[in-house]
Structure formats: C-alpha cells, structure tokens
Design a protein around this ligand. Sequence first.
Ligand code: FAD
Length: 381
Amino acid sequence: MISRDEDIVIIGGGPVGLYIAGRLLQLGYSCKVLEKNKSINPHSRSLGIHPISLELFEKAGIAQKFIDEGVKIRRGYAFWNRNRMGEISFEKTPKPFNYILALPQSRTERILQEWVLGLNSEAILRGAEVKSMQNGEESVAVRYEMDGVHASVNSRHMIGCDGINSFVRMDLGIPFDGKQYPDTYIMGDFLDNTDFGEDAAVYLHEEGLIESFPLPGGMRRWVVKTDRRMENPDAEQLGKLIHDRLGHSLNTMDNVMMSSFGVQHFLARQMTKGNVLLAGDAAHVVSPIGGQGMNLGWLDAEAAVQTIVQSLKNPANQSGLFLLYSKKQRRVAKKAAKRAELNMWLGRKESSNLPVKWALSMILNTPLSGLLAKMFTMRGL
Ligand SMILES: Cc1cc2nc3c(=O)[nH]c(=O)nc-3n(C[C@H](O)[C@H](O)[C@H](O)COP(=O)(O)OP(=O)(O)OC[C@H]3O[C@@H](n4cnc5c(N)ncnc54)[C@H](O)[C@@H]3O)c2cc1C
C-alpha cells in the first residue's frame, strides 16, 4: 500500500475541485486531487461563466485564459411566443466583466487543469477512485484505488468536491434534502444559423421554454422544455420542436451534441464535519436553468480556501470557522436555488398568461431591467 501526506486532499477534479487545488497551490500549501475519471468529461453541461467567477479568476491571475476562448454574451433578447418583448443588457453591470462568458464546461475544466498542473505537475491523480475515508481528530485518511492498486493519503483537511452523488457526503452521513422538479429539457449544440451573433435569446413560449446561447467556434446551444423526459433525443426531434414553436429551421446535420436532463434541488444539511468541508454539487444542486451551479461551486471554493487557510493559521478556531463556512455557503445556495426556481417557473406553460406577459414587458422596458441583469449575473447572492 502506497501512502502519502498532504496538507489538504481534494476529492473530485471537476471545476470546483480543480479551482480549489490551484488556489491552495498558489498560496503555498501542498494538496492532491483524487479524481476517478481518467480524462475530462467531454459531455457538455455548463456553458456560462458569470462575472462573479471571472472576478475570482482575475484575482487568481487566470481570467484571460477563459476570456481568450469564450464568447462574451452582453445582451439577451426576451420573446413571448415569437414576438420580441424586450432585452436585458449586461453592459451596465459592473465593469470590466459586464457580460456572461460562454464556454463549454469541458474547456473550462481543461484550462483549470492546465493551471493546476503548471503549479505542480503531480497535484492531480486521475483514475483514483476514493473507496473509504476516516475523519480523525486531527487528520483525515483516505483510501483510493488506482489501476487496481490500493493506496492511501493522509492530510490535515479534506474537501469533498465529488459532485451530486458525493461519496464524501454520504460517508459523513450528511443528509441531502431536496426534490426532483417535474420539468424536463433537451439540449443540443448546432452551427449557428441565426442572426443573434453573440447575443442570447429566451423564448417564453406557450408550448414551453426555448433558450438559445452562442458558443465559441460559431456554434449555438438550444435548450428546449419538453412535456416529459426524452431519453437519447436526436437532432431531428429537437429541430422539430424548435420549428413548431418558432418557425426556425436548424440544420440537423450541423449538430455536435445532444442530451436531455431533468432538474432538481438539493442542499446538504451541513457543509462540514470534523476536518472535512463540502463544496460545489457535493453540497448543493440547483436547477441548471439560469446557469448557476458551477459558479455557485466556485463561490464555495474560494470561501473553502480562505476558511482552511485561516484554520491552519489558528487551529483553535477551526470548528467555528468551519461552521461559519457552512452557514454562509448554505445561505448563498438557498438564494441561488430560489432564483433558479423563478427562472424555471417563467418557462412553464402555466406561467404563459397575460398578467405575466404584462409584468415582464414592463420590467424589460423600464430601468427595472437592470435588476434582472443583476439577477442573471448572480449579483447580490
Ligand atoms: C445540463 C446542465 C447544464 C448546466 N449548465 C450550467 C451553466 O450554464 N452554468 C453553471 O454554473 N452550471 C451549470 N450546470 C451545473 C454544473 O455542471 C455543475 O454545477 C458543476 O459541474 C459542479 O461542479 P463540481 O466540481 O462541484 O462537481 P462535478 O462537475 O460533478 O465534479 C465532481 C467530480 O468528482 C469525481 N468523483 C466523484 N466521486 C468520486 C470518487 N469517489 N473518487 C474520486 N473522484 C470522484 C467525478 O468523476 C467528477 O469529476 C449545468 C448542469 C447540467 C446538468
């Protein structure tokens, strides 16, 4: 059995775990990321990097890497069925990041991984699946399996960033409270054949929501609300729904990604136990409509780094610092979940009525639209 020692061990090398590793290495701490997948998940999930995250990246000195690869969404058009109701501009939100950056999650993870490996080429162990852990008085022992070999690593602290089905959260016995929503969607990436350019478009349609976002490389993502979960949807099915609702024809030959997803909301009853913190989807899951989950995870990530640094400097304050982290980040997650619920509610058939249309038109066409711009850029959480 191979055994190592680190200041901090991070379980899960998704966007949250990788960001934490980079920050801890920058601050001079030793850390190891244990990630069960051998390579970055190519499946496209998140596309939106919000200004609050770009501000964190700027402080870490890595914002430009993302900006160089992404598309800056400065404006979104809102439609009622096929009719344009108004627009939300992010131009007046705080500069310099007065836009949402569109970049597929796999590319985001690649940039973060390269950053971490540039700081320490041995910081990430890919193909290492955590099998057990012991949360002791003053350290955490983790056992993992890699290429059929069992190994262990001991550390002062551990951060569980292992996603929605978190092994860490379950092993600690922390309840995950929440529910599955009835809403279902399909999404696909196509060559962009609209006139929207770098702008987003959201259609509140009586047959169900349609969202359309620019992607790098002249591509565009379409997200379509469906009446029921469609397993393995194909480009023709998505193209037909868009044509029926909007009259817009996609060239289905230009499709590069298709998937379907349901939505849920879960929150860990606590985000700490002993020497362990939880961060990202391991601690909370919000509906992807509104695109907040990964960004919420990075807010945890920076707070977790600061908490651990403070705690290593003042070990006597550890439990207070950890509890404060849990309380604050749970509060932020609850707020984000409420916003995501509002976004979803707007996209439902039941919300497709005249009073809602009237209220939205008024907001979009008055200075109140600035409030929506703040909400959609995750300000004020
Ligand atoms: C369709 C869709 C669209 C989305 N769009 C957006 C968006 O636009 N904006 C946004 O902010 N968010 C979005 N999200 C949410 C976003 O994808 C997640 O919030 C984000 O991936 C969470 O990052 P994470 O690092 O916490 O967890 P994950 O990305 O789930 O990473 C967890 C990692 O832990 C590893 N792991 C798990 N168990 C173990 C183990 N036992 N040992 C070792 N490794 C382990 C996994 O292999 C994985 O790599 C979307 C989600 C979906 C489904």
